[in-house]
Design a protein around this ligand. Structure first.
Ligand code: SDX
Length: 371
């Protein structure tokens, strides 16, 4: 009797880790983050507070939030050896490739690189949370031959992130909406990119290497790359009739419609998408762009009717980012910058109580051959 359990393509439905970080409770339609509901967190506290909860296991008080803001602000300033590389990137090099390279290079300034203690891994995660917005914004603006903007001390973390990308100081609504999106993107149990990071961390490799692997995973259009493709699709459609035609054509060609479906939610709406849709409505009203909201709503109706598929977070985050003036090719890098808090929490947990990931295979090739 084989002791090896059945093979599940794509590890579908397989429990690969024990964790105290988060759970997608599909039955209860709740995304649990260290005991809290992510949707309630996104509505009531800031992204930095959610990051503090992920890393420390409890929501930070005022004093701790100030300490986090101060520590992150220090890391928003990138080292010269990193910013000096931005102009060397070929102009054809995409933003996720630039981000992956930047994350890898950050290891160069970690004095505690191979210290896998909780304290050291928390510090390095804070380092990443601070540096990522500057890598995302700086590498983009360098290629666009625009001035690389330094963070403004009067702005919050999220407002600075938005400012450094767009060059405009956001309104309170814009900053709050962006901050909410970062919380919604912050953690989501064991998606491919987080799993990739845990697998790498399980070899006792360093957190920057694990995060670099996670960036490579998130670039994939079946995963993080979808939010950019959603916006390109909406711009190509332009009108409700255009979207209907485009969806009909792509479905007829058996193509995947970006922003719909989810391995875990299957035929249910991603709870994050529901909240992001509400924020899109408020932002679109503010900016007199209800036409964009309506075309998104139509797309949701069509996909539910034709495929029984519902939006994931990417579907509504994309038009929100568009109205916030974020360049389309920065949508997935922003997703990663937000998710670094959750991935950091998983890497800390993995290296606190580690077991090397080493699955087996079901061999379907030939046997008994001789050279
Ligand atoms: C993210 O894991 C996470 O939590 C990820 C994430 C996070 O926060 O980290 O939530 C972020 O990655 C969200 C997903 C972003 N990607 C997309 O929006 C890309 C489009 N979506 C799909 O490719 C798809 O829905 C997946 C990859 C997300 C999930 O696919 P599964 O679970 O592998 O489903 P499947 O391939 O087995 O499809 C089942 C059926 C198939 O139809 P049949 O061949 O059986 O007739 O559903 C169809 C699929 O063709 N289908 C779609 C579809 N998604 C599934 N058909 C059209 N458009 C789609 N989007």
């Amino acid at each position: 009797m084989s002791t090896i359990p059945d093979y599940k393509p794509g590890l579908e439905g397989v429990i690969a880790s024990e964790t105290k970080v988060s759970l997608l409770d599909v039955e209860q339609e709740e995304i649990v983050i260290r005991g809290y509901n992510l949707i309630e967190l996104a509505e009531k506290v800031s992204y930095l507070e959610v990051a503090g909860l992920l890393l420390n296991g409890e929501l930070p008080g005022r004093q701790q939030q100030q300490e986090m803001q101060q520590e992150i602000s220090h890391y928003l300033e990138l080292p010269d050896y990193l910013t000096s590389v931005f102009p060397l990137f070929p102009s054809s090099m995409g933003m996720m490739d630039r981000l992956r390279t930047g994350v890898s290079m950050l290891a160069g300034e970690a004095f505690d690189l191979d210290d896998r203690s909780k304290t050291a891994n928390k510090r390095k995660t804070m380092h990443l949370l601070g540096a990522l917005p500057s890598i995302v914004a700086g590498s983009y603006r360098s290629r666009a031959k625009q001035e690389i903007l330094r963070p403004l001390s009067r702005l919050s973390f999220s407002a600075n992130f938005l400012y450094m990308m767009t060059g405009s100081e956001p309104s309170q609504r814009e900053a709050d909406t962006f901050d909410q999106s970062l919380s919604l993107y912050s953690e989501h149990e064991l998606p491919n990119s987080t799993f990739a990071a845990r697998v790498i961390a399980s070899t006792n490799s360093d957190i920057y290497g694990a995060m670099t692997g996670a960036v490579a995973s998130l670039k994939g259009p079946l995963h993080g790359g979808a939010n950019e493709e959603v916006m390109k699709m909406l711009l190509q459609a332009q009108t409700p009739e255009g979207l209907k035609e485009l969806l009909d054509a792509r479905l007829a060609a058996k193509e995947r419609i970006m922003g719909f479906g989810h391995r875990v939610y299957m035929k249910k709406m991603d709870p994050r998408a529901t909240l992001m849709k509400k924020s899109l409505y408020d932002l679109a009203q503010d900016k007199n762009r209800m036409d964009l909201y309506e075309i998104c709503d139509l797309g949701e109706t069509i996909m539910a009717q034709k495929k029984g598929l519902y939006p994931n977070l990417d579907y509504y985050a994309a038009p929100v980012y568009y109205l916030l003036g974020i360049p389309i090719e920065l949508y997935t890098p922003v997703f990663f910058a937000a998710r670094a808090a959750g991935i950091g929490a998983h890497i800390i947990e993995q290296q606190e109580n580690n077991r090397l990931f080493r699955p087996r295979v079901r061999y379907t090739g030939p046997r008994g051959l001789h050279p």
